[in-house]
Design a protein. Structure first.
Length: 116
């Protein structure tokens, strides 16, 4: 049963921008911290950004200043605005929902390729 629906990936040139979207059911959106992770080929999955129900957010150094996570309560959707993309940002990006008391919920993943 798919609960997190991602969209917005694709191919972009270095320096370009993309916006990813992740839509969740209300019971998840209203109660859980939502995050974006990414996994490059032959590498471990890593956190890219998270946003709490109250709107607190943070990013790792690798993307801070280039990526912005936001949430739209009316649409039950979070976004990841990615600017100044670099080839090393190429990965499959996953939306994640975490309650802390139940197993994490993952989206199906969406490919982002940064290449000239």
């Amino acid at each position: 049963q798919v609960q997190l629906v991602e969209s917005g990936g694709g191919l972009v040139q270095p320096g370009g921008s993309l916006r990813l979207s992740c839509t969740a059911p209300a019971n998840i959106f209203n109660t859980q911290t939502l995050s974006w992770y990414r996994q490059a080929p032959d590498k471990e999955r890593k956190l890219v950004a998270y946003i709490t129900v109250s709107g607190n957010k943070d990013y790792p150094t690798a993307v801070k200043g280039r990526f912005t996570i936001s949430r739209d309560t009316a649409k039950k959707t979070i976004y990841l605005q990615m600017n100044d993309l670099k080839p090393e940002d190429t990965a499959v990006y996953y939306c994640n929902a975490r309650s802390g008391v139940a197993p994490d919920i993952w989206g199906q993943g969406i490919q982002v390729t940064v290449s000239s």
